[in-house]
Design a protein around this ligand. Structure first.
Ligand code: ADP
Length: 378
């Protein structure tokens, strides 16, 4: 039976899953990478690890999954990699040559790409005989038409790679595949998918391909997120540089870590906490979140000449009946109507309008595991 380990490395966490014969056998994550990391797994509960980098975290994960793999070799390790640049539009075997190209993309995703690649290096050392496979968050969006791939900058910037790459591609890939399989009547229609988690974005999918997305050059653009600002007039950046005299690192911290729901509310980046809060600023932060999603549903629909289904996913999209209802009510002009009872029951198909309204649980790890199976059988 083929054994696949999937790894999803962030700046402070390393998520893992083990697939045996294509089915998830166990999963978990090392959190708070640094001086006091913690390993949590669905099979073994919780362990304090002390000082831990990606390599040490992987060693601990190896110990953790030992009883599950039972000494059988891991055939492939699949990695979520944030940036595949212009060249990588599908999962790839991570050869030395591919890794060299991916390292060159670090300036395009300085906060994420180094952690992803560090995790690959650690996995190569830990599993020298396994096939290493990279799955890129940008890959699903390489089908964008030029108008949705470029900015209005002089052409040389586009040629140098300053493009609207889009992210969350593994999630959109999963949902598009799920729709194709379970709702074949929608497979070739116009889908707007809202991936609403700590990171949040939306994607317009037509004939199974991404034609537009709210994230662009970086994972900052589009919707406001837990701590990221979302769409921002570039003039604000000039003001911060010129008038407030902020440096690049300070601006980066402001836009990535101090903005979005956290910055607007002053309460929390976490939607559950905001929904439970009595603070009027928490309510205003949610209002802004809903308003920006509403605007983007319009923009995504316009890019396809209409909409046949609006699909919610991610931690907020899958779990917050209130956000789903508020967004659905605000886009009724597009033929979308919420069936409140079915929404509250958490049903997958919960609309009663002309366009479908759905809630689909995403599974990025499954996409990585499936990609590994394809690479292994090639
Ligand atoms: P990530 O982008 O880190 O993978 P998730 O997809 O897990 O994040 O989403 C996390 C978000 O989902 C948090 O804001 C959390 O509050 C929100 N969330 C999870 N469950 C609920 C719920 N029942 N109601 C409202 N929001 C929820």
């Amino acid at each position: 039976m083929t054994s696949v380990l999937t790894l999803n490395a962030g700046s402070s966490s390393l998520k893992f899953s083990v697939y045996q014969g294509g089915v998830c056998a166990t999963s978990g994550q090392v959190e708070q990478l640094g001086p006091a990391a913690i390993l949590k797994s669905d099979s073994g509960g919780k362990r304090e690890l002390g000082a831990t980098d990606h390599a040490r975290a992987l060693a601990e994960i190896l110990t953790e999954i030992g009883p599950v793999t039972d000494g059988a070799p891991v055939n492939a390790v699949g990695h979520r990699i944030v940036h595949g640049g212009v060249d990588f539009s599908e999962p790839m075997r991570l050869t030395d040559a591919v890794m060299e190209k991916l390292r060159l993309l670090t300036p395009l995703a300085p906060l994420h790409q180094p952690h992803n690649l560090e995790s690959v290096d650690a996995a190569i050392a830990a599993f020298p005989d396994a096939v290493q496979v990279g799955c890129f968050d940008t890959a699903f969006h390489r089908s964008h038409p030029w108008v949705n791939d470029t900015f209005g900058l002089p052409r040389r910037y586009y040629d140098a790679g300053v493009r609207r790459y889009g992210f969350h591609g593994l999630s959109y890939d999963y949902i598009t595949g799920y729709v194709r399989k379970n709702y074949p009547e929608l497979a070739d229609r116009r889908l707007v998918i809202a991936h609403l988690g700590n990171g949040a974005s939306m994607c317009a999918v037509q004939h199974g391909q991404s034609v537009a997305s709210t994230m662009g050059f970086s994972a900052l653009d589009g919707l406001p997120m837990g701590t990221r600002c979302g769409q921002l007039d570039p003039g604000v950046m000039l003001y911060l540089l010129d008038h407030e005299k902020l440096g690049a690192n300070e601006i980066s911290t402001l836009l990535y870590k101090e903005s979005g729901l956290l910055g607007l509310s002053g309460v929390s980046s976490d939607m559950r906490t905001l929904e439970a809060s009595d603070d009027p600023k928490a309510a205003e932060a949610i209002d802004y979140f809903v308003f920006r999603i509403t605007r983007e549903v319009g923009a995504m629909a316009a890019s396809m000449g209409g909409i046949d289904a609006l699909i919610f996913s991610g931690g907020i999209g899958e779990n917050s009946t209130t956000i789903r209802k508020r967004v659905a009510d605000s886009v009724r002009f597009l033929g979308i109507e919420c069936d409140d009872a079915r929404n509250e029951a958490g049903e997958e198909d919960f609309g009663k309008g002309q366009a479908r309204l759905m809630r689909i649980e995403t599974d990025e790890e499954q996409v990585i595991a499936d990609a590994c199976a394809v690479v292994l059988s090639a």
